[in-house]
Design a protein around this ligand. Structure first.
Ligand SMILES: C[S@@+](CC[C@H](N)C(=O)[O-])C[C@H]1O[C@@H](n2cnc3c(N)ncnc32)[C@H](O)[C@@H]1O
Ligand code: SF4
Ligand code: SF4
Length: 342
């Protein structure tokens, strides 16, 4: 059973490690008092700063929880009251990727999201909002929502998209995943919005821009933005169009290393590779049976459990995926099919 409770630290973002087992136990007891019908529920705890619109509720303040500096968000309370949280229904997804932009300003050889093969394509603010609102009907929390592409800083309405995401998922970790190239050119108002909405920046640096890393760090520290940096010089390819394996074996192998469900045009996919497969299929005019099935979030018959089950089940195309079967040094793409296909 997975129920989520957002707790907001009074001061800075706290670390889960600050909470002892004892504190969790105490918290659980308090929650049980409040919601005795869900006494067996396991609560996953999100720790985040109090932001505008998230005020501590009196009933569960620092004093009653016994957790110093922590409050239970009124947001939780209102969700609970609306009965959006139930005892048996899973309501959270631990990870989700959304493309803000399909194309890219770097074009890495074998890019797993097929960006070098994409025409310029930006998500509209309407589609982004509608899809997140629709997803929220079933998925109340996303532990980590990573906004990427392609290169997300190419999107002309990035600030609006971030505001939408933060409004719909107020307490979840939201990160922009970027190659960093456009970071130093960002206007102050963009960086301030990123900070204000407590959005993180996850930079992947590639050999060509490695020497910029110190400048990125200096900028992000100056704006007090939380960041992660991953240095990458090895890429992988997975797809074998002729050879097949058991799709369950395939997905269990990739899931051991990576859990990267993705949402695109209102459809959920088990991974970003599948979500963006249409770019590869279009560019090389492959057979359309090389397209994944996906799960339509606008289908009225789905619920969170169906979503989670779907994301753990293989797509038929997983049978052609031999995860990380071949590695190669990072390079720029020449848009040859063999950059992606074994
Ligand atoms: C597709 S990129 C999108 C965001 C941004 N453009 C970037 O490069 O960080 C997301 C992540 O996927 C990784 N990635 C893409 N293709 C890959 C591949 N073939 N093998 C390994 N990692 C890959 C990138 O290095 C990056 O960390
Ligand atoms: S991996 Fe490279 S080509 Fe792909 S989106 Fe990121 S920077 Fe662009
Ligand atoms: S195609 Fe299937 S097996 Fe391959 S990475 Fe995606 S989910 Fe995993």
């Amino acid at each position: 059973m997975n129920e989520i409770l957002a707790i907001f630290s009074k001061n800075k973002r706290s670390n889960l490690a600050e909470f002892s087992e004892n504190a969790f136990q105490k918290l659980r007891e308090k929650l049980t008092e409040m919601t005795n019908e869900i006494s067996d529920t396991f609560y996953r705890v999100i720790v985040a700063p109090i932001t505008q619109g998230h005020y501590p509720i009196n009933k569960f303040d620092e004093h009653t929880t016994g957790l110093k500096g922590c409050y239970i968000s009124r947001y939780f309370n209102s969700i609970y009251r609306q009965r959006k949280i139930s005892t048996t229904k899973a309501t959270s997804l631990k990870y989700l990727e959304i493309h803000l932009v399909d194309h890219c300003n770097l074009n890495c050889k074998g890019c797993g999201h097929f960006s070098p093969l994409s025409k310029p394509n930006f998500i509209t603010t309407e589609e982004f909002k509608n899809d997140l609102l629709q997803l929220k009907q079933n998925i109340i929390y996303i532990t980590q929502l990573r906004l990427m592409g392609g290169e997300p800083f190419l999107h002309p309405k990035l600030r609006t998209l971030l505001k939408i995401a933060r409004k719909i998922y107020p307490s979840d970790k939201i990160a922009i995943v970027t190659n960093g190239i456009l970071l130093l050119k960002q206007k102050k108002k963009v960086l301030k919005t990123i900070k204000k909405l407590h959005v993180e920046i996850h930079i992947t640096t590639y050999p060509v821009f490695e020497q910029q890393t110190d400048k990125y760090i200096e900028l992000l520290k100056r704006f007090n933005i939380t960041y992660e940096i991953e240095h990458t010089n090895t890429f992988y390819k997975h797809i074998n169009l002729t050879k097949k394996q058991d799709p369950c074996t395939a997905i269990s192998k990739c899931r051991k290393q990576n859990y990267c469900p993705a949402l695109k045009h209102g459809i959920l996919f088990q991974c970003s590779g599948l979500a963006n497969m249409h770019i590869l299929v279009d560019y090389f005019t492959l057979e359309t049976n090389q397209l994944p099935l996906g799960l339509d979030i606008y289908d009225g018959s789905i619920d969170a459990e169906k979503i989670l089950h779907f994301l753990d089940s293989p797509d038929p195309l997983c049978s052609h995926c031999f995860y990380a079967a071949e590695s190669f040094n990072w390079d720029r793409s020449k848009n040859n099919l063999n950059e992606w296909v074994l």
